[in-house]
Design a protein around this ligand. Structure first.
Ligand code: NAP
Length: 283
């Protein structure tokens, strides 16, 4: 079976497609067409967030595709700046309205802290956000719950306060940045990892040794990178606006050779280190 048609079961038995389609950064003008194309290619997991400002485009694309709601898996996220119980319920009501759906398959806390507040302790606020998410889960408005971009210590502080252990942790994982500690801890708690930015937002193509390695495996660099993430036991969420690349990114059934996997796993230089120190990016 092709990877694109596979699903896995989360810890509450809720099925999640193995591959996700990312929608961050799609421009207002082409978001609907790109998402419709992705649905036509076969993607069934759409990853979004209110701050991506593309929810109505997603709603229109789903409607045009004719794909029944129950065949789709939609992940959304509570924006980093929303850290209250009521704010969480309010934003999700709006999100579902914009998306034209009456339930979400996965709802995550987008970030442990508001942007720019790195290093601060938002445990109590995240407990409140998650409590609202648990309410939505208990009302069967949300199928699964999760976190995104949490460190081990942030999870250690948060988890004891939760009634429902998160089903998903979404983190940025790519060649040179496997986040082993966070993934191991999350797996130990029973969470499945969604790997966002598996191509490091396109920076992966700047790693010199990947081209010959990909050639050796008869794959493109993107396929090598996605296959690597998958073989780490992580489920990638990848974005592209090109139909050709959408098709390329789902053609990742062939396993990597042991030597190639080892080479990739031993490479631990985060490509983001090559950026100028003042470059702004969030992964
Ligand atoms: N939770 C979070 O905080 C968080 C953070 C970041 C991202 N995300 C989610 O994860 C999704 C994916 O991450 P991302 O968008 O940051 O980055 P990504 O998927 O790692 O990379 C996307 C970039 O790679 C290019 N690309 C895609 N397929 C390619 C291929 N086969 N060959 C060459 N280039 C290719 C795309 O260009 P083209 O579009 O021009 O093809 C785009 O520039 C996001 O869209 C979002 O839904 C979540």
């Amino acid at each position: 079976m092709q990877v694109i048609n596979k699903t896995i079961k989360l810890s509450n038995d809720y099925p999640m497609p193995v591959l996700g389609f990312g929608t961050y950064g799609l421009s207002k003008d082409n978001a609907e067409a790109v998402i419709l194309e992705a649905l036509n290619v076969g993607y069934r997991h759409i990853e979004t967030a209110p701050i991506y400002l593309n929810e109505t485009a997603i709603a229109k694309a789903i409607q045009k595709s004719g794909i029944p709601r129950e065949a789709l898996f939609i992940t959304s996220k509570i924006p980093p700046h929303i850290k209250t119980y009521d704010g969480t319920l309010r934003i999700i009501k709006r999100t579902m309205n914009n998306l034209g759906v009456d339930y979400l398959d996965a709802l995550l806390i987008n970030n442990p802290v508001p942007w720019g507040e790195e290093g601060k302790d938002y445990t109590q606020e995240n407990v409140e956000v998650y409590r609202a998410m648990e309410t939505l889960y208990n009302e069967e408005v949300v199928g699964t719950l999760g976190l995104s971009n949490f460190s081990v210590s942030e999870m250690e502080k948060l988890l004891p306060h939760l009634t429902i252990t998160p089903h998903i942790h979404q983190v940025g994982v790519f060649i040179g940045h496997p986040l082993n500690d966070v993934c191991a801890y999350s797996h130990k708690q029973g969470m499945v990892i969604q790997g966002h930015s598996p191509l490091a937002r396109g920076r992966i193509f700047k790693i010199d040794f990947l081209a010959p390695l990909a050639q050796k495996e008869s794959m493109s660099i993107a396929q090598l990178a996605l296959r690597y993430v998958l073989e780490l036991g992580i489920y990638p969420v990848v974005k592209t606006e090109s139909r050709k690349r959408m098709e390329e990114n789902i053609t990742i059934n062939k396993p990597l050779s042991k030597e190639t996997f080892k080479t990739l796993n031993e490479y631990t230089k985060d490509i983001r280190d090559y950026l100028p120190p003042n470059a702004k990016y969030v992964l």
